[in-house]
Design a protein around this ligand. Sequence first.
Ligand code: HDD
Length: 702
Amino acid sequence: MARTPAKTPSGKAASLHDQTLVRGTGGELHQIAEGDTEILTTSQGAPVADDQNTLKIGQRGPTLIEDFHFREKIFHFDHERIPERVVHARGYGAHGYFETYDSLAKYTRADIFQRAGEKTPAFVRFSTVAGSKGSFDLARDVRGFAVKLYTKEGNWDIVGNNIPVFFIQDAIKFPDMVHAVKEEPDRAFPQAQSAHDNFWDFISLTPESMHMIMWVMSDRAIPRSYRFMEGFGVHTFRFLNAKDESTFVKFLWKPKLGLQSVVWNEAVKINGADPDFHRRDLWDAIQAGDFPEWELCVQLFDQEFADGFDFDILDPTKIIPEEIIEPIPVGRLVLDRMPDNFFAETEQVAFMTQNVPPGVDFSNDPLLQGRNFSYLDTQLKRLGGPNFTHIPINAPKCPMHHFQQDGHMAMRNPVGRANYQPNSWGLGPREHPQKGFRSFADAEEGQKVRLRAESFADHYSQARQFFVSQTVTEQKHIAMALTFELSKVETPVIRERMVSHLLNIDEGLAETVAEKLGMKTLPKKADAAVAPRDDLPASDALSIVKNGPDSFKGRKVGVLVSDGCDGALVKTLEAALGKEGAMMEIVAPRVGGVEASDGSIIEGKQMIDGGPSVLYDAVAIIISPEGADQLLKEATARDFVADAFAHCKFIAHVKAAQPLLDKAGVEPDEGVMVLDGAADVAGFVESCRKLRLWAREMKVKL
Ligand code: HDD
């Protein structure tokens, strides 16, 4: 069979999503010649003649044990599943690269940061935390943001989240925290939700969680897309330069497309309409060549600077505000290729915080120290043996030489006589004191104790700082989220305990939540180990709304059309959105499409029932008077418009759509605009850059 290795026109490696490609035994991609079909074989390579019927005695007789093809096929199927991750089970990954901006040799000897323009292959997996593998994407939850950088000095994993702080300060509490948030063990629900007694019971008994709780109750926990969220390494790490001098470092990923989240009512509806909303979004963007990009930023500081803080830089429930240490961009991460196979890559990828190259080192953050212990263990359990680094997605892309051998599924073993060192034959690799990994020689001394440092005791000041840094809209969303979550808590004392913590964060917030929960009196403030500070200044970097995009790029407009609509206007809108780098999706009464007034056929991507407006960032309604008559009788069409309005989205419509808007309860405001020609289209696209008209929220109850 003649095959030629495949490349895209840009010269980039082609992907197996092109159905005319097959993977060769060496991993290379080949184009299948027309009319050329591969012969089905068993796993042992024996060609198969019949894959439709088991081997039987006679046409209606019993199946024979001799049917090795059937036995192998069913055996393999029965063993297809591996344990899902105990947390972060639901995730989605993509390949890409990291490009270094400038040499950071002054701070770190890590090879990846030595040369400007250096490109390092990367794999990223985004995830939710609490839900199982098949749960929905828009759960209110932290998002995992795990990056594997295949550096020339081994894999470097930055296993972070989209929130810069964590629930707990010491890793020994991790199993308790995770047990509390996951489904309750007797009833096995609720799934992928924190709105239940066990979670809030644990949280209300764990004051150190309060800062994290403010983030999780904010819209950060319901991102619009993985592409529009930040990532954080959370802990303080160290950079070590060639002289082994240490600089503390925090890692932050900033999305080029700006931040964006959805509102809770939207999240709930998206989960029903498209539980795969986030993975589909990433898939669609990458397949369309609209590659998402983040900048890696670092906050650098030394011990003296760290000593000046009120809080401890080893405490993972604290941030260093960006106004105090400005994040410096040091490179960019671009995701440009989806995995060929979800299981092989996204499911089997094994991230480990302890994977760091020479020049990057750990701090004594007790959460990080515990994580370094945990991740190796979990991979052994999940992937079934110690050789998981032989799996291509986990294998370093630099040379490896070591004497680890044998074990389940060993794909590589040391060759030659010597499988140990030192040996008398001068065989095999030896360590290299200069090039090898060296830990920072920190002086450690003390008694063996189980204690929480006093410097970790302030649990409320930064929680308050986060709250006061939000816009009024965002503060309202936090209050609504807390109310919603606590309304699902059946035990009154847990609700009260939470409100008593909120009183230490912001009295107005506590009062709103208490009132909305129907509490007759406010509980007393929770005892605080350290008096909360109320003078920490607001930080704009903490708000999503203040860090939105400057264009509508990467966003999507849903266009509701009907027979007899203005086809030219649809095309003008499509062109204007294309110019902006945004997408458009046609929502029609039938996917087969509608016939526009000029006789052209506009194909529907979604039927109205399958394309509610929650799937879009803005909507346009381009229908004929007859279409309006028809659609206003349909609940899904009315919901399309009513939800877009309630979710504060920009709505453009032709005059003929007015009856549908009236029926949906839309009140005129600056976010509802008439499309009367090309000039109006430009104005609409420009307005969409603001993403939402939050001023409308006062009018609509979300
Ligand atoms: Fe963890 C997975 C992030 C604390 C133990 N964690 C996991 C993943 C992410 C994080 C993104 C998914 C990686 C993937 O996509 O495969 N974890 C965090 C962050 C934490 C954190 C940002 C706090 C700052 N984790 C944490 C602690 C422990 C663990 C304190 C245990 C002591 N985490 C695990 C784990 C997982 C995991 C059990 C489950 C699956 C896996 O590792 O590969 O080992």
